[in-house]
Design a protein around this ligand. Structure first.
Ligand SMILES: C[S@@+](CC[C@H](N)C(=O)[O-])C[C@H]1O[C@@H](n2cnc3c(N)ncnc32)[C@H](O)[C@@H]1O
Length: 283
């Protein structure tokens, strides 16, 4: 799977780069999100084809993070560029940067106090946030990590990514249901992250999961979770990609966190970039 994806994402040619730089300038004008989605163009985009094959899966997210059009023809790469520049894709990249920054800070703070740094990702997918946060750090071998995902392909893929980033030994990935973490995991983790899972959960399930995560954390431990807030292309996502998420306002998301057992709640996102990140601490 990993090799296939690498082959899929080869570098582009020059005429493409010229047009790409114009598109990038256009995105910066803010008018981009008003153009809407064109099914004729979508049909040419390998990225969109992957979204349609596995909506909500880890591979579309990996392609969004790489932000690199793939495909053999100019039109395929242009179509990819168009959709990879879409509002939700940009928001997902902002979310990744914020999550990576938060994780690195949490881990460094704990290690500087000579505390343990045991990290759990629920619905880890490609585990990009934690691999980016820990890979290459001189304290990487002091971090213990477990990633849990329902999809066996995500588990294999993330395992290879972690090995490629030099994170062997203490990084483990398991297949499992993030909604039902075993009792044996209670009080075992210092940091939990979950991105791209809560977007699919009803309010009551989300609060129940927050309570379960509270029990997994040791006192003083922290959770980072994210939820999607809005999407200018929501109808395209739902009708063309069959990718359905629950959209909630930042206030609503904070309200769910407050309804859980967590004692301290803090917004990590400064403003609403289509996704909203919240940190919750167990005292
Ligand atoms: C949108 S991806 C997000 C992956 C990663 N967290 C990220 O932000 O890049 C969602 C992931 O959640 C996984 N997933 C969905 N429901 C799950 C569940 N109940 N337990 C574990 N993993 C789940 C999917 O297999 C997929 O890899």
């Amino acid at each position: 799977m990993f090799v296939m994806y690498e082959r899929f994402s080869r570098a582009s040619m020059n005429p493409y780069l010229v047009i790409e730089s114009r598109i990038d300038k256009f995105v910066a004008t803010g008018l981009y999100d008003r153009i809407g989605s064109w099914p004729e163009l979508a049909a040419r985009s390998p990225f969109i084809a992957q979204c349609r094959r596995t909506p909500g899966g880890f591979l579309p997210l990996e392609m969004i993070y790489d932000n690199r059009p793939v495909g053999d023809t100019l039109i395929q790469r242009l179509a990819d560029r168009y959709y990879l520049n879409g509002a939700l894709c940009r928001g997902a990249r902002v979310r990744l940067r914020q999550a990576t920054h938060w994780l690195r800070q949490q881990i460094e703070d704990r290690l500087s106090r000579q505390e343990s740094a045991s990290v759990l990702s629920l619905a880890s997918g490609g585990a990009r946030d934690v691999i980016d946060a820990v890979g290459g750090a001189d304290w990487a071998d002091r971090v213990r990590y477990l990633g849990v995902d329902l999809d066996p392909q995500a588990v294999t893929y993330a395992h290879h990514r972690a090995l490629a980033a030099g994170l062997n030994g203490r990084f483990r990935f398991e297949m499992g249901n993030a909604l039902r973490p075993p009792r044996a995991w209670e009080n075992r983790f210092d940091i939990v992250t979950s991105l791209g899972l809560f977007d699919y959960l009803r309010d009551s399930t989300a609060v129940r999961l927050l309570d379960r995560i509270h029990a997994l954390l040791r006192p003083g431990g922290a959770l980072l979770f994210g939820m999607v807030t809005s999407n200018p292309n929501q109808r395209f996502f739902e009708d063309y990609l069959n990718w359905r998420m629950i959209y909630r306002s930042p206030e609503h998301i904070l309200g769910l966190a407050r309804a859980s057992k967590f004692e301290q709640i803090r917004a990590v996102s400064n403003h609403d970039d289509y996704f909203f990140l919240v940190a919750c601490q167990r005292l």
